[in-house]
Write a protein that binds this ligand. Structure first.
Ligand code: SF4
Ligand code: SF4
Length: 445
């Protein structure tokens, strides 16, 4: 595919917007909120950070709701605005069209020059151009692969992999090489086919779009019947002989990175990159017709001149979105910084002490979800008795889980026959963080 270079207002806006997105993408791993990264998806360590908030496996319900919320937003957004995301914000499109494609134009020239170069025999100039292009693509793919890896393991760990002897980080290095090769393959060879053959979002769009969705559309009512423009022919002359504004120049097709003809209607391959809109606007300006023969519009907008309508489907999605968003807000708002679980030590029975008291052994696990060290205190609240933490005080390192054995002793007078409910409290600086309920096993009488 040799899409021609495009220029126009949408391309200009997309370029500016892509600079902002690229800046966020490359700076993202280094931005921290309260000492935590902006975004980290460490699947290996089952640790996820979103906007500085750490989510542990215990928070999976919050994570599941967040994913549902994200999917619902995507559905609503796509139903209303089509694949706006693909054209303007998808990292694949931004990197491909705004970085790799621009570099390719810079080194090899516009589409006709690229075609000529590929058909030309291998001489020094061609070898030099091809080597420099692929060397730059390799270096950029390595950079993009490392950025992605730093969103998974954090940039500090990435730096360790880069600076330490290779043998010490074989797994990390393998991922680094795999990501770099993957991105090189996508941006140098596979390109928009990733959007049409691999990306599930692209494949779903046909289900999500309806006749009120805003898409990149050709106004066939205004454009047809298409015919080439004769010398000195005016638009009113064309009108009078039943011709539309489309002058069959094929500019819209020649700039399309997926090689489709938007005049055939909305197609799955269209990534809404707006290139055909710019190309056609340039043609319309030249022939003195109004711009927007290819524009953002809905099918109903073109057929009946209707604007975006709020359909029952959109309202339904909106209600689901509001419920999920409220649920998520409540769960995040009421989420504690510390989460503790207390379980009876496996295989342990009750013990009678020399003073006649009985004891049970438990395992206490505490997860510290914050980025600071968390000294906590465990108190036996009901019934009266005592407890002893094995291994000293409870200080949980930041973003870690601690495990301690806890020995609880009760006076027989406070115990029920066989099984006594026990309540313990987890405190920090005198403030109760959590209550733990468990059973204390004793003799039956
Ligand atoms: S660029 Fe516009 S005028 Fe030219 S073929 Fe495409 S739709 Fe028709
Ligand atoms: S038809 Fe092609 S050029 Fe036009 S928006 Fe879709 S992908 Fe881009």
């Amino acid at each position: 595919m040799y899409p021609r270079k495009v220029s126009g207002q949408f391309y200009r806006w997309r370029t500016w917007f892509s600079w902002l997105l690229l800046a966020i993408m490359f700076a993202g791993p280094f931005i921290t909120i309260k000492g935590n990264p902006l975004l980290m998806m460490n699947i290996g360590e089952r640790k996820f950070v979103v906007l500085g908030q750490i989510f542990w496996p215990q928070d999976m319900i919050i994570f599941a709701i967040a994913i549902l919320l994200f999917l619902t937003s995507v559905i609503i957004f796509t139903t209303a605005f089509g694949r706006l995301w693909c054209g303007w914000a998808c990292p694949q499109t931004v990197m491909m069209e705004m970085v790799f494609r621009k570099l390719e134009y810079l080194i090899e020239g516009d589409a006709p020059r690229q075609r000529e170069l590929n058909q030309a025999p291998w001489d020094v100039a061609k070898i030099a151009k091809k080597i420099s292009k692929h060397a730059i693509f390799c270096a950029l793919s390595f950079l993009v692969g490392n950025v992605l890896l730093s969103y998974i393991i954090g940039w500090q760990q990435l730096m360790q992999i880069v600076t330490a002897p290779p043998a010490r980080h074989l797994v990390g290095l393998s991922f680094m090489v795999a990501f770099s090769l993957l991105f090189y393959g996508i941006f140098a060879r596979f390109r928009e086919q990733a959007c049409t053959f691999i990306c599930p979002y692209g494949r779903f769009q046909s289900v999500l779009l309806d006749e009120n969705s805003i898409v990149v559309a050709y106004d066939h009512k205004r454009g047809e019947k298409r015919a080439p423009l004769k010398r000195d022919q005016t638009t009113s002359e064309r009108d009078s002989i039943g011709l539309g504004d489309c002058v069959a120049c094929n500019q819209c097709v020649s700039v399309c990175p997926t090689g489709i003809d938007i005049r055939d209607g909305t197609q799955m391959e269209c990534v809404h990159c707006t290139a055909c809109m710019d190309a056609c606007d340039n043609v319309m300006t030249k022939i003195g017709a109004s711009r927007g023969l290819i524009r953002y519009a809905s099918l109903n907008g073109i057929e009946r001149g209707e604007h975006l309508r709020v359909t029952p489907r959109l309202i339904g999605y909106g209600v689901v979105l509001t419920v999920l968003a409220s649920l998520l807000a409540v769960m995040i708002f009421t989420r504690t910084d510390v989460e503790a679980t207390l379980l009876r030590a496996p295989g342990s029975l009750f013990q009678q002490m020399p003073d006649g008291h009985y004891s049970n052994l438990y395992t206490l696990r505490i997860t510290n979800k914050t980025a600071r060290e968390m000294p906590v205190e465990l108190r036996l609240e009901r019934p009266a008795g005592s407890l002893q933490i094995m291994g000293g005080s409870l200080v949980v390192p930041p973003q870690k889980q601690s495990e301690n054995s806890v020995l609880v002793e009760l006076d027989p007078a406070a115990m029920h026959s066989g099984n006594t409910p026990v309540i313990l409290g987890v405190y920090q600086n005198g403030k109760k963080l959590q209550s733990l309920k468990t059973a204390f096993i004793g003799p039956r009488y």
